[in-house]
Design a protein around this ligand. Structure first.
Ligand code: LLP
Length: 855
């Protein structure tokens, strides 16, 4: 293809449009890469139009003002100063923009036009600074998008949409007067016909670039970002997701609409209409192949190209026998949704039931609104609402032809509810709505069968894991520690099973891993993950402080680590009795408060005390919905709307807030979680003059298998480094639990009985959910092996079950096992975190005891 095989000396005399996003334009080092790309395109005979976003973090900050009326001028100015310092340029040219920000920041209410002006400031400031930085290196001309991108006069949507998510009518133009080789243009904003600033909505800079590609009749559009392209699934939950090398526009649009994050569907349409190839490239790995969207790339035979999930979907099931042959029934119910301003995503109908899905991202779904909906629908039908669902979508071409492959995967989910199945009439997508905690498992199973096992599809490139490992830290594929301890563990189990065994050198290894986070000043081990005294002592002896959530944990920490100083203990309770706060404060321990009413109802208790405030960052994440600790549905943290009032209250009542804290959830493998929290807490700093601690919480996920790709600690450290540079006086803290101890623990138990029920095999062991509740509670997956027969080949699959009187007492489903006999010892891996601490004596069965080994 022409655009992939530039040869030196090719004189094409045509435009290419390059778009670089926030992470790409934020550092001087990356600008060196960008300059090389521009020069190489010019050398190949092209004129270059480069569209850029705002430097990382700037627009997020401005959104805090625009959406939550939080003052951001100081934090924004500090970030601009840091960025200018990095690029070795002066800030004098952005002063007018900063003055405008200061003015808007002081206003209590902003009009929609003022919000647009405010939100465009990130791009405007970035543009001025970058322009200065580039001039010594390359000839560059600036382009003002307001002269080129004019919003459509025929837009019939609401005024807010017309201003904040404008659409432009774009046609190719005669651009002969643009004679320079290289032009730089800020993305995201445009103009209306009267010259007022309007925005191009989410993914707006990509849309700016797509519009410019059409206007200039470009040879190609290149979107440079921090990933290699579009993958066959979300690589953060499915690391073997494959890079899609060639895609049709329509497939790419379906992927974007079903949850793929790399491109916004709006930027695809203009280039699709004008048949301009779109290439996605990774600024961090410029030589690597990317994804190409081009007219000739439409698939020729049936295939699934991607599997995506969208979370936080709400379903409404409407049941009525009246709908059968009843004219106008559908019209009546859909009018109710329209009147409440709710947009419907999927619809499935049966004789007496209609079920629809509402996307929580597009619809702002409050409990009141859902109550209103139920009240309006109830005269017509019986209504049931299911929240916390996820839509898993297969995108491809002629998907119906693949039914024979899809059916067996679905049959393994027979115990789970599939609420809706929909198929588009163009046969390009098929969606299953399931409970949120099942979505990732279903997506993984479908991905395995439809993509990984399909060797015939040659449009797939390397997997995300391969691409990332090639470039950054290759995790050593070491065997877990217990492989080398088979004999010792079998002897222990013969005498003491059921038992947990914890291996201290593994904890030491994890501590060393964590030390790669050089930007973090202090780590507090979340002792709730495993409060065995020897582990607490080991942590403290190795320089890790301790986080507690109850008086019991404080007592344990103090009695075990005799030398511990109160300032090395953190107390982070939630809905605890008042006395617990009082006692902790009197001991000089850091106390974290996560409810404004504690402070407003007991100002005397907290007056002249120093406290840390736990804020709700708005979005939770984690391996299961029970461990996501942010957002309205979570009981933790101070909501964004209360932050400013509580800051004022603390000031008036001499309550000294020295730290801000947020914890989004547990078992997170996406490294961007913590920089996002840091950005959010950073945006609140200006309200709290005494704050010098920012605690980003815990939640660091682990590799379930040694060959999995774990959290990218280097990328996390780089991102936190950027935050630290912008906030030099702030100490960064983190409070990991699982990451430090999970790998160190195994649970050993003897096989009590085996059984067959038809084709289903069962292996029973002497302990179950009374020792390890995670599989029953969260559907958590733990590797289970027969330690007695570690080197024997698997011969059959079986469910591994415990002895409790509960059907949920299952530790592993359909595990491949060697021929297993009564008396064999099974080992359940990665049980050092949230194992013994969550055990119970249910059925009056004692849980597994705990043993420590130090070598
Ligand atoms: N900080 C706070 C405020 C927390 O609530 C937690 C965990 C942590 C730190 C440590 O999170 P970690 O790094 O361990 O993910 N029982 C669940 C996990 C519950 C976590 C509760 N809070 C499980 O077995 O997965």
């Amino acid at each position: 293809m022409l655009f992939l095989t530039y040869e030196a000396g090719d004189i094409l005399n045509s435009w290419v449009v390059l778009k670089f996003g926030g992470t790409s334009v934020s550092s001087k080092k990356k600008w060196q890469v960008i300059i090389d790309v521009i020069k190489s395109r010019i050398k190949q005979g092209h004129q270059v139009m480069l569209v850029h976003s705002a430097a990382q973090g700037l627009t997020n900050l401005l959104t805090q003002k625009s959406d939550h009326n939080k003052s951001v001028a100081q934090a924004f100015t500090e970030q601009i100063l840091t960025f200018a310092e990095q690029l070795d340029v002066s800030t004098s040219l952005v002063q007018a923009h900063l003055d405008q920000l200061n003015k808007l920041d002081k206003q209590d209410k902003l009009t929609t036009t003022e919000r647009a002006e405010l939100l465009a400031l990130g791009e405007k400031c970035t543009h001025q600074l970058v322009l200065q930085h580039l001039k010594p290196h390359i000839d560059v001309e600036s382009i003002n998008p307001k002269n080129w991108l004019i919003s459509s006069a025929h837009d019939k949507r609401s005024i807010d949409s017309q201003i904040l998510s404008a659409k432009c009518d774009i046609e190719p133009k005669d651009c002969d007067h643009l004679t320079a080789d290289f032009y730089l243009m800020p993305g995201f904003f445009a103009s209306d016909s009267r010259g007022q600033t309007v925005l191009l909505g989410r993914g707006g800079s990509d849309t700016s670039a797509a519009y410019m590609a059409v206007i200039l009749q470009a040879k190609q559009l290149e979107i440079w970002t921090d990933v290699h392209g579009i993958f066959s699934a979300n690589p953060h939950s499915i690391p073997n997701a494959r890079l899609l090398l060639n895609l049709g526009y329509q497939e790419a649009r379906e992927i974007a609409a079903s949850g793929g994050k790399v491109l916004h569907p709006r930027c695809i349409l203009p280039v699709e209409q004008h048949r301009i190839p779109l290439l996605i490239k990774n600024t961090n790995d410029p030589q690597a192949a990317g994804t190409v969207l081009a007219p000739e790339n439409s698939p020729k035979k049936p295939r699934v190209s991607a599997i995506n999930s969208r979370h936080q979907v709400t379903l409404v099931s409407m049941e009525s026998i009246n709908m059968w042959h009843q004219a106008g029934f559908m019209g009546d119910i859909f009018t109710i949704y329209k009147d409440l301003g709710l947009s419907i995503d999927l619809v499935s109908t049966a004789q007496t039931n209609v079920t629809i899905s509402l996307d929580n991202i597009d619809n702002i779904l409050s409990a009141d609104l859902l109550d209103e909906l139920k009240a309006a629908l109830s005269p017509l039908c019986e209504v049931e609402v299911f929240q916390n669902c996820s839509a898993v979508t297969l995108v491809g071409y002629r998907i119906r032809a693949l039914a024979d492959k899809i059916a067996p995967v679905l049959s393994t989910f027979a115990d789970q509810r599939v609420y809706i199945t929909t198929q588009s009439s163009n046969d390009l997508n098929q969606t299953f709505v399931v409970d949120e905690d099942q979505a990732d498992k279903l997506a993984r199973a479908l991905h395995e069968v439809l993509i990984i096992e399909d060797k015939e599809i040659d449009d797939f490139g390397l997997s995300w894991a391969e691409l990332v490992q090639k470039k950054t830290t290759k995790p050593e594929i070491t065997q877990a520690w217990w492989h080398l301890k088979q004999t010792q563990l079998l002897t222990m189990a013969t005498q003491q099973s059921p038992c947990y065994v914890y291996h201290l050198p593994t904890i030491k290894h994890q501590i060393e891993q964590l030390r790669q986070l050089t930007s973090v000043d202090r780590f507090f081990y979340a002792s709730k993950a495993n409060s065995h005294p020897s582990i607490l002592e080991f942590m403290y002896d190795n320089g890790i402080c301790l986080e507690t959530v109850s008086p019991g944990e404080i007592k344990r920490v103090k009695s075990t680590c005799k030398e511990i100083q109160p300032q090395d203990i953190l107390f982070t309770p939630n809905f605890a009795p008042l006395d617990e706060y009082k006692n902790a404060l009197s001991q000089g321990i850091h106390v974290t408060i996560d409810n404004p009413s504690l402070l407003t109802e007991h100002p005397d208790l907290f007056q002249n005390q120093t406290v840390i405030l736990r804020l709700d960052p708005g979005h939770g994440s984690g391996h299961h919905r029970y461990v996501r600790t942010a957002g309205t549905h979570s009981k933790f943290g101070i909501p964004p709307a209360d932050v400013e009032p509580i800051a004022a209250w603390c000031k008036t009542h001499q309550i000294k807030v020295v730290g801000l804290h947020a914890h989004a959830g547990s078992g997170i493998l996406d490294h961007t979680n913590w920089p996002r929290i840091a950005d959010y807490l950073g945006s609140c700093l200006s309200l709290f003059p005494d704050v010098h601690i920012v605690n980003l919480g815990g939640g660091l996920g682990i590799r379930e298998n040694p060959s999995d790709l774990g959290l990218d600690l280097l990328a996390l450290d780089t991102a936190l480094g950027t935050f630290k540079k912008a906030h030099r006086d702030i100490q960064l803290w983190m409070e990991p639990g699982r990451f430090l101890v999970a790998h160190s623990g195994v649970l050993l138990a003897k096989v009590t009985q085996t059984k067959w029920k038809g084709k289903q095999g069962y292996i029973g062991i002497e302990t179950g959910m009374n020792s390890l509740i995670r599989p029953a509670l969260y559907g958590a997956w733990h590797n289970i092996v027969n330690l007695t027969r570690l080197n024997e080949h698997p011969e059959y699959t079986a469910n591994i079950v415990g002895p409790m009187c509960e059907s949920g007492d299952v530790l592993g489903i359909d595990r491949k096992m060697p021929r297993t006999q009564v008396g064999d010892i099974l080992l359940i891996a990665n049980t050092g975190a949230y194992g013994a601490v969550m055990a119970s004596t249910y059925n009056l069965r004692e849980p597994a005891k705990e043993i420590i080994i130090d070598a």
